[in-house]
Design a protein. Sequence first.
Length: 328
Amino acid sequence: MDKNFIVNEENRLDKFLASKIDASRNQIEQLIKKEYVKVDGKTVSKTGLKLKENQIVDVHFPQTEFNIKKDEIFVKDSLEDKNVEIIYEDEHILVVNKPYNLTVHDAPSVKDATLVDWLKLNNISLSTLSGEERHGIVHRLDKGTSGVMVVAKTNEAHTGLSKQLEEKSMGRYYLALIDMPLKENLLIEKPIGRNPNNRLKMSIEENGRNAKSAFSKIALSDNEKIELIACKLFTGRTHQIRVHLSSINRHILGDNLYGFKGELNKINRFYLHAYYLYLTHPITNKQMSFKANLPEDINNFLNKNFQKENISDKINESNIIGSFTTSF
């Protein structure tokens, strides 16, 4: 698909395109850098190119593509114990329940197969606006976090979903088990940046990026020492929930990176799960929501340590959403 525009006043190329097409800044940058943009018939790759009045800008929107670069046997072996559940699929979007031990996309430190590899292995058409390693990826979850994610199968869907992320009309509610109950429902707004003493961690940093999280009390364990809470993010910083909880001396069970000191031999990962996702379908404009069932380990922990008859009512999505509506 191609579109062309006439420049009506001097402007930067990236800013001009931002005013003309419904795409995020990153997507516009990718289109320019990958040479999908022409000015007066000449291919350009500089995002800050200065445009003059009456110049013609042509934009080519690449087709979605499927491409496996890693060895297929390696990918299959790496994914063998990772069950990705498809919650919903149509020709534009795919919603999955990601297992906790699966990285979303490639990075220099990633050695195993990723969710993107799984998508390609299953011949799922993916958007290409986020670059080769991130085909289809609109938003992400940490490797250790399980739960619901939406994947864009077309560039048009990717553009629409990214717009919703920026406008915060799409979002998720998380469930977490913490090692000490909250005193009350609370909102934390503290800037987050890379920890200067440990590059694996993030921390509250004065010069960090703005980060805002809400936490709601859901259920106490039988011994009243552990609490199931719900979390809602207003920003999307790396490790945001874990860092904000750590800043008030609360830690997710199993999260030894951020201070959990419990019995790690009984918990082999941190208990954080993206439970509920809401969005507007990027093509049909239909309001949609999806729930990712709790993984077996968290479910077993809840059944063993919480009142069984109450917990299903407590984690009903209406109850979780309502707990934020009445408190914040």
